[in-house]
Design a protein around this ligand. Structure first.
Ligand SMILES: Nc1ncnc2c1ncn2[C@@H]1O[C@H](COP(=O)(O)OP(=O)(O)O)[C@@H](O)[C@H]1O
Ligand SMILES: [Mg+2]
Length: 195
């Protein structure tokens, strides 16, 4: 999960998707944000169907192969401000999922994230997928955001995550029973990315 803008929905998406992936096979969630929200979420929840480790380090790409040993899926939550950590996470990733709320400000502030990805050219080419989060259904902003991203040549998931109290209040809760729209997000992701 990457978006250099804070509050985009990275941690929420990382935790929900990791829980959804854990149903398919052994999944590891790496919390690369020094603020440690994903780790605190799992600690507060008590029972979590997957391990969460904290690794807010700049050499993540070197460490991930070892950390990932024995896991089918690895999800990495990244910080907004620590560029070197996010870059290293991108280098380690097969898929970079960019959660984006459909506001003009969020779209405007997407540029640094896209530039960071462009700078990896020649080193590593992860698949890049955008996910609209905190969407108010049927609004002009969500349609416009999708158009803008598509015009930029971005791959945008059809599945969207709505603006909902249930997500805003999910911090610290176990999610095994209710993955909300993230079950659809995962299905869409599986359909969109190359094997
Ligand atoms: N779909 C959603 N609906 C409502 N609130 C959300 C949703 N997704 C995230 N939030 C809330 O928005 C805030 C930012 O989300 P978060 O996942 O922490 O973003 P980031 O990790 O990119 O900073 C948090 O308070 C979170 O609970
Ligand atoms: Mg976060």
């Amino acid at each position: 999960m990457a978006n250099l803008k804070g509050g985009a929905g990275k941690t929420t998406t990382a935790v929900y998707l990791a829980n959804a992936l854990a149903i398919e096979g052994r999944t590891l969630l790496i919390d690369a944000d020094p603020q440690g929200s994903a780790l605190s979420w799992s600690e507060t929840a008590g029972s979590f169907p997957l391990p969460v480790v904290s690794a807010p380090v700049k050499d993540l790409s070197r460490r991930v192969p070892q950390l990932a040993d024995g896991f089918l899926h690895v999800v990495i939550d990244t910080p907004p401000g620590e560029l070197a950590i996010t870059r290293s996470a991108m280098l380690a990733a097969e898929i970079v999922l960019i959660p984006i709320p459909p506001s003009l400000m969020d779209l405007d502030r997407l540029r640094p994230t896209l530039e960071m990805l462009a700078d990896l050219e020649g080193l590593h080419t992860p698949q890049i997928v955008c996910l609209l989060t905190r969407v108010r259904r049927g609004t002009r902003s969500s349609r416009a955001a999708r158009e803008v991203l598509t015009e930029l040549g971005m791959n945008v998931l059809d599945a969207e995550v709505s603006l909902r109290e249930a997500y805003a209040n999910a911090f610290g809760l176990p999610l095994t029973e209710d993955l909300g729209e993230y079950a659809d997000v995962l299905a869409d992701l599986h359909g969109k990315v190359r094997a």
